[in-house]
Design a protein around this ligand. Structure first.
Ligand SMILES: Nc1ncnc2c1ncn2[C@@H]1O[C@H](COP(=O)(O)OP(=O)(O)OP(=O)(O)O)[C@@H](O)[C@H]1O
Ligand SMILES: [Mg+2]
Length: 340
């Protein structure tokens, strides 16, 4: 059973005479123990989606099951129990400025009625986990952005939630600090077994920590699957744009123009799979077809333990030989002739 399941969920807001459909027929399943990314442009409906999960907003139609229980049918007192099992972190950290780090992390425990001694113990444990033991008695204003978010994470985890919702949790941080916070979230997932939903508009965040991802566009899931699938074979223009912000291993129009100016042979782009067959065909190119090749563009990356990428090659030889080599390449991978 999925830990979180959306079934045909729609959420509309009325604003004056107009109705805005922020979530439009979303069905999606998030499994226990995974890190699930939800990526989309501003206004796609990402924050609305997370607010539906912790029932801060009510669905217009459809069902949301958490651990098999349809929360859209629960009365308010029962929802409090559901929310207690869900932690949340935010872009702007949302810490209490007037409380120390210790006080911030202890706050949800106080609300949940933990006795003082137990609170102290738990906060000490959390501070050690996020590496902020020495900062227990300082105020948030004295912390860096990355440290503030680590306090946010410790606070969100205080009551041992099974789910952590992270809404643009690294968007206010520089790249290096982002990497630190993402590494911490990965530990939260792997060491504590917390299921994490990461909301972001940055593909790099998805690439570095998510197991699976859904692309949200105008309130709809337009694509979803493993992060590897999305990166290696994005189906929609939106997904291709997001992937393109991280990887650029296929030549664009201006690259092609430059390549055509420099190379007189035919130019093809071939997808790299991690089966080694592209390399095998290329190593036979001279022997079988009397065609030489030069690598003119490309890149290869690793993701979730598999490699993928694309190579753009100039093929130099007689036309018939080049045609035959392209046919051999097409037998093992996707090939596009980008300039003749
Ligand atoms: N309370 C509300 N009342 C009216 N419209 C709303 C409300 N909340 C969200 N919307 C609208 O729903 C749509 C989705 O908003 P949402 O905040 O979920 O987007 P988002 O993907 O989180 O965007 P961002 O990346 O900018 O945070 C937007 O058109 C927004 O204006
Ligand atoms: Mg948002």
């Amino acid at each position: 059973m999925p830990l979180i399941e959306f079934r045909e969920v729609t959420k509309s807001f009325r604003s004056g005479d107009a109705t805005i459909t922020a979530i439009d027929g979303v069905s999606l399943s998030i499994e226990r123990g995974e890190i699930f990314g939800i990526i989309g442009y501003s206004g796609a409906g990402k924050s609305t989606l997370v607010r539906l999960v912790n029932a801060l907003e009510k669905v217009t139609s459809g069902a949301i099951l958490i651990d098999g229980v349809d929360i859209t049918q629960l009365p308010e007192p029962k929802l409090r129990g559901v929310r207690a099992g869900i932690g949340m972190i935010f872009q702007q950290f949302n810490l209490f400025r007037s409380r120390t780090v210790f006080g911030n992390i202890a706050y949800p425990l106080k609300v949940a009625g933990w006795p003082k001694e137990k609170r102290k113990e738990r906060v000490a444990e959390l501070l050690a986990f996020v590496g902020l033991t020495e900062k227990a008695w300082v105020y948030p204003d004295q912390l860096s952005g990355g440290q503030k978010q680590r306090v946010g994470i410790a606070r969100a985890l205080a009551t041992n939630p099974a789910i952590l919702l992270a809404d643009e949790s690294t968007s206010a941080l520089d790249p290096e600090t982002t990497a630190d916070v993402l590494a911490l979230l990965k530990r939260v997932n792997r060491e504590l077994g917390v299921t994490i939903v990461v909301i972001t508009h940055e593909m790099e965040v998805v690439r570095s920590i998510a197991d699976r991802v859904a692309v949200l566009d105008a309130g709809r899931v337009i694509e979803s699957g493993s992060v590897f699938e999305l990166f290696s074979d994005p189906q929609t223009v939106t997904a291709q744009r997001f992937v393109g912000t991280v990887l650029r291993n296929q030549p664009e129009a201006d690259d092609l123009e430059r390549l055509r100016g420099k190379h007189s042979g035919r130019i093809v782009s071939a997808r790299i799979h991690d089966d080694g067959r592209l390399g095998a065909v290329l190593s036979d190119a001279v022997g079988r077809h009397n065609v030489r090749f030069e690598i003119v563009f490309g890149g290869i990356s690793a993701l979730q333990g598999r490699s993928f990428g694309s190579l753009t090659l100039e093929l130099i030889g007689e036309d018939a030989g080049v045609d035959a080599l392209i046919a051999d390449l097409r037998a093992v991978t996707e090939v596009e002739e980008v300039a003749a």
